[in-house]
Design a binder for this molecule. Sequence first.
Ligand SMILES: Nc1ncnc2c1ncn2[C@@H]1O[C@H](COP(=O)(O)OP(=O)(O)OP(=O)(O)O)[C@@H](O)[C@H]1O
Length: 587
Amino acid sequence: MENEASKKGLQAGSLKKTLRLFKYVKPYWLEFSIGLLFLLISSLAGLAFPKLLGQLVDAGTQGHLTESINRAGLLLVGVLVAQAVFSFFRIMLFVNVTEKTLAALRQHIYNHLIRLPMKFFLQRRVGELSSRISSDISLLQETFTTTIAEFIRQVIIIVGGVILLMSTSFKLTVFMLAVLPVIVIVAIFFGKFIRRFSKEVQEQVAASNTIVEETLQGILNVKAFANEFFEMKRYRQKTDAAARTGMKGGKYRGAFSSFIILGIFGALVAVIWRGAAMGLPTGLLFSFVLYSAFIGASIAGLAEVYSNLQKSIGATEHLLEILDEPAEPIEEQTAIAPAHFLHGQIDFKNVSFHYPSREDIHVLKEISFSVAADQQIALVGPSGAGKSTIVSLLLRLYNPTHGSILFDGKAATSFPLSALRSQMAVVPQDVFLFGGTIRENIAYGKPGATDEEIIHAAKQANAWEFIERIPQGLDTIVGERGIQLSGGQRQRIAIARAVLKNPRILILDEATSALDSESERLVQDALEKLMEGRTSIVIAHRLSTVRQADKIIVLDQGHIVEQGTHHELIRVNGGLYRNLSEMQYTS
Ligand SMILES: Nc1ncnc2c1ncn2[C@@H]1O[C@H](COP(=O)(O)OP(=O)(O)OP(=O)(O)O)[C@@H](O)[C@H]1O
């Protein structure tokens, strides 16, 4: 039911929406218009073809002079050449306009997508999103280069053909038209029905692609859980289902095609029959039949074109939906205004929060705490207590549902988002390295950093000693196509990134995975150097690393249950911190 309703909407409002897309074509309207003109000329030339052919046949059968036969023949050749030349330039122009338009659209969508808030990504599967966007854009590519042209050409042939036929024999044309519209109406309904299947197949194929993408991205997990056969089965089920729907649709498509063939040939036979009975000259009859065939073929093609156009309207709607999502107010940071410099004081005042996707679960409840500039605080507590969520709020990936966050006594919302984030750095637990070089990965903390700065940062992060030992040094490719770094090494790259960013507020998500003691010492040492002279917030999983913290905030189920220094908290009888410490100590 809902589907039907949205389809109706597609007819009425969506065409208007789709016109928004022409904003991207606008800069190239001249090329596009010339292309359209060429399309018009080549279609009209194509329309002259059957008439000239009829004249040639007449000249031959009526025993005219060789001269007039040759004239008709040459004229035909001229028409063919004109058609070929104009088609060539038309296609070239259309492809040029399409490529430039789609590049602009791709950039626009990506620029928008990357600026969307976290909320948007929580509600979607990233693999599905990216494959959807790329398939929507290829649909538009097809539309702009081929479908629109086909549509216009077919309409010209149908309208022009009918007019020409009318001028030849009104009666015979009326007879032919009495047969053709029946085919058209049935074809359109049939075509609509078939489209349902291809849409279903498309969706099922997208779902199976999601499996491929996700499992390849998480191949380590698949293998570690020995779930290869489980995934094979899952993929087989999805692809088999797509194939079944496709085959069902194939049956109807075949029937559709038979119907068109029978309809058209049936109509042609009827027209020849009738024309012969009316005593039409051979040449005229010949061109009449050709026109009828052209018209028939165009009508058949029109159903396909119509379905393609409808698909691209759907694709456009998806893309526009993404473009209509409100983006985060972020701007390119050149220099931060002095008024927006952070000193590093942070206050959480009665902050409550639930994730947009899970409104029923209150993740943080009335949280209040203060951090003075250059202090080091630690967030501890059981898994799921809300530690990472506090960090997400600090980065303003989400806004609190109640309460407020202050930086240097001023509301977080009074700072431009980019200025705020550019003065914070995160060293995450799972370090994400891009598939480029070590140099590029470190420089991510400060795009455009010089080699000296990068090397200095790597030294500060205790990363230089291992980078130096790899033959290609900073040029070493990391990730899938290059060297695999150990957990400790990845962490040190992330620390070097943060050193380079030189943030006022540093956020550390301590690695839970145990590093070997040498690596651990190097990472810990680099972190201590990095924390000096800035406010730092450490999500601590091992309590042994937070003893020196100026303040430890103990969270449990979204509440702050204790706060103080290690010495204060360890003395609280029955306190959570003391319990957790004892548990870790004994284990
Ligand atoms: N994106 C999300 N959408 C919905 N709920 C979430 C999301 N991220 C976390 N949660 C929920 O919020 C609660 C707090 O999660 P959070 O990650 O902040 O805990 P944590 O203390 O950092 O845990 P851990 O030590 O295991 O990382 C959990 O109940 C979790 O299920």
